[in-house]
Design a protein around this ligand. Sequence first.
Ligand code: G1P
Ligand code: ZN
Length: 539
Amino acid sequence: MIQTKKTTAYTDQKMGTGGLRKKTKVMMQPNYFENFIQSIFNTIGDMSGKVFVVGGDGRYFNKIAIQKLIKMAAANGVKKLIVGQNGFLSTPAGSHVMLKNHTNGGFILSASHNPGGENGDFGIKYANETGGQVPTSVSDKIYENTKKISEYKIFESEDIDLSKIRTTKLGDMEIEIIDSVKDYVEMMESIFDFEALKKLFKSGFTMRFDAMNAVTGPYAIRIFEEILGAGKGTVTHAVPLPDFGGLHPDPNLIYAKHLVDFMYSDEATDFAGANDGDGDRNMILGRKFFVTPSDSLAILADNYHLIPAYKNGIYGVAKSAATSTAVCRVAEKNNLPCYVVPTGWKYFVNLMDSKRITLCGEESFGSGSSHIREKDGIWAILFWLSIIAATGKSVEEITRENWKKYGRSYYMRFDFEGLDTEVADKLMKDLEAKLPSLTGKEYGAYKVSQAAPFVYNDPVDGSVTKNGLVVDFSNQSKITYRLSGTGSSGATLRVYLERPEYKNLDKDTYEMVSDLLKIAMDIAEIQKRTGKTKADVNT
Ligand code: G1P
Ligand code: ZN
């Protein structure tokens, strides 16, 4: 039975860099989730004939939210939903299912790398027919709708059993429950040379993959342990838990410190990787060696010819403005275009769809290719393993050779978290006003060559996006400031520092960027305005 329920609008349902992300308890407020989903349906308009994919990373509230979503889709006239078994689909696997089935898009219920649980975060990523998250023009329309919504439609029924692979119906809507892992594995097999990877593990090569008690556990067990023969126990924290077992599923030096410590110990394996909550981020480690995401992207771009899916050539590469310029140096030498876009994967989607790029990535531990329209954690790890298998070199050797060939960008990101939103907004506003006066200023050996907001003109749809403030120095160093768009409360100021070097390749990163950090703190008056003498998180 279709019911129309009265509701009251919320005013804070604006999507950020990765969809709508809120504290779980905020999402669980009466009708909060329903209002947002109905606003998406209202924005789409006519639902007849529409097919969507539904899944999530298994975090707390996922099960309840998926049932609501299914019942609302049925009541709104959706033709069919393709749902991951037990409600599980990683973000990359979801994007693949959307593209493979030529759907109208889908919903991945996840707050990505943010902690889960009742006191953690919950999120909704909404993708359209591109298989990628919607552009700002669409999310703005949805936001307008959320502010005036007064009713939503829901099908009154028992919960749908999602535990079995089968096709069923709710009202007139078809529901196909699929194996969450199978399609994704087939896609990976079509991109990489699995036989070469099997040989690598047969030769005694060892690895550890940390799924952080999140969605990629079952994908990783299947691929690394069962198919490639990496050995039982290769995948750690392999069982997805509603609160990720208390882990903060963000694969970086801070939140995956246990993995980093392991890789710097004598028990270390030859290679290690980790993914985030919904499986789109990755961290790469070698024995006593960490690869920055910016370097990782550059190395993937330099080695595309080793991968069967890319060996005949790639269109080009792209990075977010905050990511180091390493990948663009590789592109330049290889006669490939290098696009620089605002932060957020959605900006890569147009470039992929128009065949301008094949590979892309962000400093925030995300890399991917046009095989889907999201970043892809396991893909990045398979790519690295393929390079190792083809060259016989270690992670450290591969990285150092890349530095020798193209120079090394010492790179670090500093996050100032939990700031008062007004203080953070004012800091950015005042800093922007001050930028023109910085040109030519000298800070010790650093001379400002240019200081301006980062403005992106999308070559495909002509949209203009302003995101972040950039100070360039005459020695190619760079400071980028921007406010996070994924937080669930307060504001986070991110300060990104880059210092390219062509001779000093063996220095300590922090030492190499510490002068820049002082300059960055000084220019933006961070201590005076926020009271913080240092960043909360350095990655
Ligand atoms: C962060 C990252 C950004 C990434 C996004 C979604 O967004 O910085 O690169 O695309 O998460 O994973 P931010 O919080 O900086 O807006
Ligand atoms: Zn994620």
